[in-house]
Design a protein. Structure first.
Length: 637
């Protein structure tokens, strides 16, 4: 059985036909996709949905385990094929090649460690791990026994870990003692220990030793990964899950308040991520696929682990950073591993495009066939640099638009099959029904003319998030109340006369910095903790490399004057509560913030000032304090 090619559409005509069928009769379409997987019991009902509640259920009555689809079913035909190639931070350390059979054994073995430590189906397990194969093993081991993984990106602060653990009452935390990142070594265990002071639900901490350094361990709570393996047996039958059982929680920033724990379920997520992986990337059996994202983001979940493994592909995991030992590292790895499919983010492309081209030309990139982009709109300049210098004008670029909430790719070219166009994510994949809404909430019909509006989706797709953990009301509010019976993406988009989409960016208060979604509200909350600070407003402004950077407007208590120490302390506060990625590039001290009469800060105006676009600030007459604007402009940075 060839798991990689059995779902692939092979021509533009085939795509168009499949798309039409998927719209006319979505259930029959998704039935035929789902039929290609291994189920213990086939589903009774393909889809039940109601966007007003909102409730979405796919493949109800179906019984399966996603790890049997990622591992067991490949053993006969692909057992000796490499599943994961791990490339360490240090180019002199050896890569690891793990076959499907080896991965199957490791996952089963570690699944028994979880069981031995009291983890059962439905329990939540927090993973705070570096990019090492053990992260993949731990997440799959959770899925094997029906435990719910909640992966927290290993660049987040202890406060961020604690709030995520507490939100979903995780019973266990899995981490590593240290992590290498370029020339730096970060002690993850120490950060965890700080978080663990405020996480009463955690009973056990499993620590993987990535380095030989001594590790502080708390007796009765902390155990070593390796010691636990010695006590565990190696065979672990997969827990049989309902299609709608929870597979994982992944937190994403919201525009207000605390991060949202997006809940993904088993059957639909598997079907959706695998189908999109196979189609968008069009891998051949011997191809080598590398997605540079961290597994702590949805891109890593769906397109380093679940999608590629369910498809029987070889997937690369890279521990390091693009700049170490020099800015040629990505290209050196492509050359060394003969990478055929390379998937990265515009922010990385922009950073690498700033480096001497010599760093590209030193490496042989002839193995490359397909390039991918994800995370934010890719600008024209970056697109051409990527196309000319990396793809040598010979590799289609798949600009894949999707979200943590969508689980899988929604709008994207299909490599070599559907046309690409610079800066356009192009056409919806089969089963995806995007629409554009105007300011008044009316749908902009697909006519033979261009349109611009807010992007919504009008029909469910299998890999969509089902709820926000512990807060279904918020799920409804954020995604299903802007437009009745439609999923609202939070993005703006442009559509040309032939139906190609270009995503223009967020329309709410989330800023994407270097591809990381950052809610401005939690950053403001962190800044406001400072005793000298009254309030603050954080907005994004365009940045050459990061895509967007953060600009903080801060008001101080009377009698306190701005100084460098304050600036430093603000950055530290943000770094501590959210992470270094959220530190503002610019901090301006102001005597007041522009506000509406109901007291809401007018971030729209602050965004324009931060972007040095002050010619038309729009209607400021509704402001409580319009006189403040000129003061802010004249002191802007
Ligand atoms: C996969 C991921 C989601 C937000 C989304 C957009 C932006 C992502 C593209 C893009 C333009 C793209 N999940 N976004 N991909 N914008 N073109 N190809 O990034 O939850 O972290 O972010 O990212 O604004 O709403 S995410």
């Amino acid at each position: 059985m060839n798991f990689q090619k059995n779902l692939q559409l092979k021509s533009f005509a085939e795509y168009k036909k499949a798309y039409q069928e998927s719209i006319k009769d979505p259930e029959t379409f998704w039935d035929s996709v789902a039929d290609t997987f291994y189920w213990h019991k086939k589903w009774d009902k393909t889809l039940e949905w109601d966007f007003s509640t909102p409730e979405v259920k796919w493949f109800q009555g179906g019984k399966l385990n996603i790890t049997e689809n990622c591992l067991d079913r490949h053993l006969d035909t692909l057992g000796n094929k490499t599943a994961i190639i791990w490339e360490p931070n240090d180019p002199d350390e050896e890569s690891r090649h793990i076959t499907y059979r080896q991965l199957f054994v490791k996952v089963s073995h570690f699944a028994n460690v979880l069981k031995n430590n009291g983890i059962k189906k439905g329990d939540r397990v927090c993973l705070y791990m570096p990019m090492i194969p053990e992260l993949a093993i731990a997440m799959l081991a959770c899925a094997r026994i029906g435990a719910v993984h909640s992966i927290v990106f290993a660049g987040f602060s202890s406060t961020a870990i604690a709030s995520r653990i507490n939100d979903s009452n995780c019973k266990m935390l899995i981490t590593a003692n240290e992590v290498y990142r370029g020339t730096k070594k970060v002690n993850l265990k120490t950060i965890c220990d700080e978080a663990l002071q405020n996480t009463p639900s955690i009973e056990t901490v499993i620590v993987y030793r990535r380095t030989v350094e001594p590790t502080p361990m708390t007796a009765g709570r902390d155990v070593f990964w390796f010691d636990e393996l010695q006590k565990a047996t190696k065979e672990c039958p997969a827990e049989v899950m309902d299609a709608e059982d929870m597979l994982f929680i992944l937190y994403t920033s919201g525009s207000t308040g605390k991060p949202k724990g997006m809940v993904h379920t088993t059957g639909g997520y598997m079907v959706g991520t695998t189908f999109t992986f196979q189609n968008v990337f069009q891998m051949d059996p011997d191809d080598i696929y590398w997605c540079t994202a961290d597994i702590g983001w949805i891109t890593g979940h769906s397109y380093i682990i679940y999608g590629p493994l369910a498809a029987g592909a070889t997937t690369v995991m890279f521990e390091g950073v693009p700049s170490y030992p020099d800015y040629g590292r990505f290209w050196e790895i492509c050359d060394k591993l003969n990478v055929t499919h390379f998937y990265t983010a515009p922010t990385a492309i922009r950073a690498l495009a700033k480096q001497p081209l010599e760093l590209v030309h030193q490496h042989n990139l002839t193995s490359l066939k397909v390039l991918g982009s994800v995370g934010e709109p890719i600008n024209e300049e970056a697109w051409h640099w990527y196309n000319d210098n990396i793809g040598k004008s010979n590799c289609p670029i798949v600009d894949t638009w999707w979200q943590t909430e969508t689980g899988g790719i929604m709008i994207s070219p299909i490599a070599g099959i559907t046309p690409t166009r610079p800066t356009f994510a192009t056409l919806p994949l089969p089963g995806v029904q995007p629409i554009l809404m105007d300011e008044k909430g009316n749908e902009l019909e697909l006519k033979a003319e261009k349109a611009e509006g807010r992007l919504a989706i009008k029909f469910p797709w299998p890999s969509m998030a089902r709820t926000i953990y512990g807060n279904h009301e918020r799920y409804k509010d954020v995604y299903f109340s802007a437009y009745p019976n439609k999923y609202f993406t939070g993005d703006g988009a442009y559509r040309d006369a032939t139906g190609n989409y270009r995503i223009t960016g967020r329309v709410d208060d989330v800023v994407i910095v270097s591809g990381h979604n950052l809610g401005t509200a939690p950053i403001e909350n962190a800044i406001n903790e400072h005793e000298a600070i009254v309030e603050s407003a954080v907005v994004g402004f365009p940045h050459d490399i990061k895509g967007n950077a953060l600009y903080a407007y801060v008001t101080l208590y009377n009698g306190i004057s701005p100084n460098d120490t304050l600036t430093k302390e603000i950055k530290e506060l943000v770094s501590k509560s959210i992470g270094a990625i959220a530190k503002p590039d610019k901090i301006q001290f102001v005597s007041g913030l522009p506000k509406t009469r109901s007291g809401k800060i007018m971030r729209r105006i602050l965004r324009k000032i931060a972007s040095k676009d002050v010619s038309n600030l729009g209607d400021t007459s509704t402001l409580l304090n319009p006189e403040i604007i000129n003061k802010i402009i004249s002191n802007s940075l």
